[in-house]
Design a protein around this ligand. Structure first.
Ligand code: EPU
Length: 423
């Protein structure tokens, strides 16, 4: 098993970093490539991540031609002709996000069978909102033997109110609605930049999606969609991770081409702490002096609130800021496992249900730690840079799902970090 080894304590990140296309945008975009009966779809700025390979396998498993050119960061998908309607457990079980193929397969074929996604360490993650929405559009849904089967000769437009603005459910229903009869309105829809990116591709394919980025989406169904070309939006979470890395090492880093508006909730908290964040022509610059930073309270919320996907990394920053900071995690019920690992490095924190109190500013010591999920792995690596001595981070399969060459990018900014293959 590979490990990342960090010699920390004196790191001050300096320089510029380039950010990839967003994992959480490209996965639903790949699901959308199932929809067009005519032409091919070309996605550019595709990040080289294990989750992308998994989604390519899910789509390819439907008898769809998928070509990933890693040199060019492009994926070309040809879904013309008859496609299959079953996404097997073998692939779906590897990645929860593959449930977003349910809506497109159903809309295209009138029938879909997708394995129920399995358990998840960060919380229970049910898919009731996906299924309720499809049922409201006229689908018959059954769950037998771990499979979800959905049938609807033609989905029908309707008004769906979502109890919670689920990102995945909004994407699934939005894609299904593009080929439904009539108008579908999704109220209390998710507003993440990745939703906007999906709507952009769908509209290029000939769909009629309005309101993406607001809480009400209106989708007028069309008879068929065609292939299109689209560049994946930048990964705001990767960008945010480097912003936090710069701040917690008293660094000075330009995050190239980062989008201010997409990172607004994070930037506002960094500024409240005393971090200098500036919007430059070339990107966002983050500069800090950790001895002058103040503790803050942060609560994760659906966009445009503070992203749960930045929570773990932000707690690593809280760990170096003198005083008591508070992190409230409202999106997932079990997303503080990184704090238990950071305790091995000397961090004092207390967790009570959805709230973690972080007593920051004391010296941290390097230690062997294990990633517990994707964002936890990034948070532990960042903590390793400020802890005195050597930290080794294991279980990098989590990291590889969402960060491309993370250690190389940190090393180029001045971190003493390497990745080694090991038993
Ligand atoms: N939820 C339900 N019922 C549903 C769907 C969701 O109760 O039918 C609940 C979940 O249990 C959770 C909350 O709603 O408590 C949020 O779930 P959501 O559906 O919004 O999340 P997701 O679509 O499963 C995406 C990202 C996650 C990110 C969340 C929240 C992708 C591929 N994944 O997941 O990304 O944390 O939105 O922003 O887009 C990550 O990148 O590390 C990651 C976990």
């Amino acid at each position: 098993m590979d490990k990342i080894i960090i010699n920390g304590g004196k790191t001050q990140l300096k320089g510029e970093v380039v950010i990839e296309g967003a994992k959480n945008a490209v996965l639903p975009l790949l699901a959308a490539t199932i929809l067009p009966e005519e032409g091919v779809t070309k996605l550019t700025n595709v990040p080289i991540l294990s989750d992308v390979f998994t989604m390519n396998n899910v789509v390819g498993g439907l008898d769809i031609k998928v070509d990933f050119d890693q040199e060019q960061n492009t994926v070309i998908v040809d879904a013309q002709g008859q496609i299959l309607d079953e996404a097997p457990y073998e692939y779906v079980s590897k990645m929860r996000a593959s449930i977003v193929v349910l809506g497109p397969i159903l809309a295209r074929n009138g029938h879909a069978k997708v394995s129920m996604p399995g358990g998840c360490t960060i919380g229970s993650r049910p898919i009731d909102l996906h299924l309720k929405g499809l049922e409201a559009m006229g689908a018959q849904i059954t769950q037998i033997g771990g499979d979800i089967t959905a049938t609807a000769e033609k989905l029908k437009g309707t008004t769906i109110y979502m109890d919670f603005p689920s990102v995945g459910a909004t994407q699934n229903l939005m894609m299904a609605a593009t080929l439904a009869e009539g108008v579908t309105t999704i109220e209390n829809a998710a507003r993440e930049p990745e939703i906007v990116d999906l709507a952009l591709l769908l509209n290029k394919m000939g769909a009629d999606v309005k309101g993406a980025g607001t809480e009400t989406l209106t989708i007028t169904g069309v008879d068929k969609l065609h292939g299109a070309e689209h560049a994946v939006v930048q990964d705001r979470i990767e960008a945010g991770t480097f912003m936090v890395a710069a701040a917690m090492t008293s660094g000075d880093v330009l995050i190239k081409d980062a989008v201010w508006e997409h990172n607004r909730p994070l930037i506002s908290k960094l500024m409240e702490m005393g971090v200098e964040v500036t919007d430059e022509t070339a990107g966002i610059r983050v500069k800090a002096d950790t001895s002058k930073l103040k503790p803050v309270t942060v609560k994760t919320l659906p966009h445009p609130g503070f992203p749960t996907d930045m929570q773990a990394q932000f707690t690593a920053l809280m760990a170096v800021v003198k005083g008591e900071s508070t992190m409230i995690e409202t999106v997932f019920e079990n997303r503080f496992q990184h704090l238990e690992e950071m305790r091995r490095m000397g961090l004092h924190s207390e967790i009570l249900r959805d709230t973690a109190m972080i007593h920051g500013g004391s010296d941290l010591q390097g230690a062997p730690v294990m990633s517990t999920d994707l964002r936890a792995s990034a948070a532990l690596i960042l903590t390793g840079m400020v802890a005195n001595g050597t930290t080794t981070v294991g279980k990098l399969t989590h990291l590889d799902r969402g960060y491309y060459k993370f250690h190389e990018k940190l090393a180029a900014l001045g971190a003493d970090i390497e990745r080694v293959s090991g038993e």
